[in-house]
Design a binder for this molecule. Structure first.
Ligand SMILES: Cc1cc2nc3c(=O)[nH]c(=O)nc-3n(C[C@H](O)[C@H](O)[C@H](O)COP(=O)(O)OP(=O)(O)OC[C@H]3O[C@@H](n4cnc5c(N)ncnc54)[C@H](O)[C@@H]3O)c2cc1C
Length: 402
């Protein structure tokens, strides 16, 4: 039984490592049986007290999956915390699944463009889309969730499922545009979790199995806040705009050479590199960042830079790693750039360009893949169940008994 009291004013989403650790500590009492019972309740923007709201921090690895799972296991043990832990593994699953089918991400980007063109050519669709995106669909819960997403950058997981289902099956809008709309507005926006969750709701992940929102369940789980009518009574699974290939091994990358003078590059894909003992032997001479676009990314990155400077106080701070900074790095004796592994998505695309620029400067470009990903991804080739079965082994549950 949960004993913790979660202060209702804690409605923000941690974007520094310290605030993420504080949030984890505050949420721990609720991560056991209480989470399994109450995680689907959606009591509105100020009432998300039954879920951790750690996703924006986990997505950027201000705090790692391993740290969160270890703390929850130590508090509750695997039986009581099974639900929470398997939710954390959904993040790992989506990431591992996409890593082994990168063309699904590029295919998604192309199909967003195609869906946008279809929209532009269809006045009826354009109107429905505009109403949906501006909280004017006439479906009470959906309109409230659009407003919540826009004003807070967050939606409860269960609300995201209803949102996507209503978008696709009731409003008849292309799933790709819904996924893009959400990805652009979520503070935890993540290429793998977002794209693949939308595909799952649409019935494109598990063949023939789609998620249909239900008005009675919505009324019940939102504490009667909403009473939607006219929701779709059945699903029509959209034609798949993306060719899904069989799983292939993750891309090949260089691992760091510990003896080489190094520029350590921070990206929003892994913002707690300084906590990793595997990187202790690195000869870090300089620090650099990959420029970012959102305020949330900037805040997280600044926090990570401050922590990394404490860990390697003698390192020169180069700022953004552009060609001029690469020149400076080389001039200060660096021979390699090391960064956290960037999974499929915009950061990996930008790193590929940087890798080519670094090569022109004669610098090796290396990535550090966390053991968490390395060990879990081979089990992310098919459905989630294959990974779920391996969770006790992956987290070495025996050593975490409370
Ligand atoms: C349509 C749709 C779109 C989504 N888009 C994103 C996205 O862009 N970025 C993102 O991080 N998550 C996404 N999710 C997954 C999930 O909704 C969020 O991770 C979760 O709501 C975050 O809130 P929380 O931290 O309070 O979760 P909690 O319930 O406290 O869960 C703890 C952690 O487990 C992980 N988790 C929980 N549920 C899921 C899930 N279904 N899939 C993957 N990981 C999960 C998250 O890391 C989360 O922080 C999406 C889900 C759906 C259905």
């Amino acid at each position: 039984m949960a004993t913790g009291v979660f202060p209702s004013e804690q409605v923000t989403f941690p974007l520094t490592r310290t605030s993420a650790l504080v949030r984890l500590e505050a949420f721990l009492p609720l991560a056991g049986h209480a989470y399994a019972r109450m995680r689907n309740l959606d009591h509105g923007p100020k009432g998300h007290v039954h879920v951790s709201r750690l996703s924006a921090a986990l997505r950027r690895r201000l705090i790692s999956e391993e740290e969160v799972v270890a703390a929850v296991l130590a508090r509750h043990g695997l039986v009581a915390a099974e639900k929470f832990i398997s939710e954390v593994f959904w993040r790992t699953y989506w990431k591992g699944w996409l890593e082994q089918r990168p063309s699904v991400w590029s295919g998604y980007l192309q199909s967003v463009d195609r869906a946008q063109m279809r929209l532009d050519a269809d006045a009826g669709l354009v109107g429905r889309h505009a109403e949906a995106c501006s909280s004017r669909s006439g479906i009470d819960c959906f309109d409230a969730w659009v407003t919540e997403l826009k004003t807070t950058g967050y939606l409860h997981n269960w609300a995201r499922m209803q949102f996507a289902s209503i978008w696709i099956f009731t409003l008849g809008l292309p799933w790709e545009l819904g996924a893009a709309f959400m990805l652009d507005r979520l503070t935890d926006g993540d290429p793998a979790s977002n794209t693949l969750s939308w595909r799952w709701v649409a019935g494109l992940h598990t063949t023939g199995k789609a998620y249909l929102a239900n008005a009675d369940r919505i009324r019940e789980l939102t504490g009667g806040r909403f009473a939607p009518n006219s929701l779709a009574a059945s699903v029509v699974i959209p034609a798949d705009s993306i060719e899904v290939p069989p799983a292939a091994p993750p891309r090949v990358f260089n691992t760091p050479d510990h003896s080489s003078p190094t520029v350590l590059l921070l990206t929003v894909e892994d913002l707690s590199l300084e906590t990793m003992s595997a990187l202790d032997p690195l000869n870090v001479r300089a620090l650099a960042v990959m420029p970012c676009e959102t305020n949330a990314d900037r805040e997280s990155l600044e926090d990570a830079v401050a922590r990394t400077r404490l860990r390697w106080p003698d390192a020169v701070v180069l700022g953004s790693l552009n060609p001029a900074a690469l020149d400076n790095a080389k001039a200060s004796g660096c021979r390699q750039v090391v960064t956290g592994f960037a999974p499929v998505g915009p950061t990996a695309d930008r790193l590929e360009l940087l890798r080519q620029e670094a090569a022109q400067e004669g610098l090796l470009f290396a990535e550090h893949l966390r053991d968490w990903d390395r060990q879990a991804w081979p089990h992310c080739r098919k459905g989630f169940f294959a990974l779920k079965q391996k969770i006790p082994i992956l987290i070495n549950a025996e050593s975490h008994r409370p």
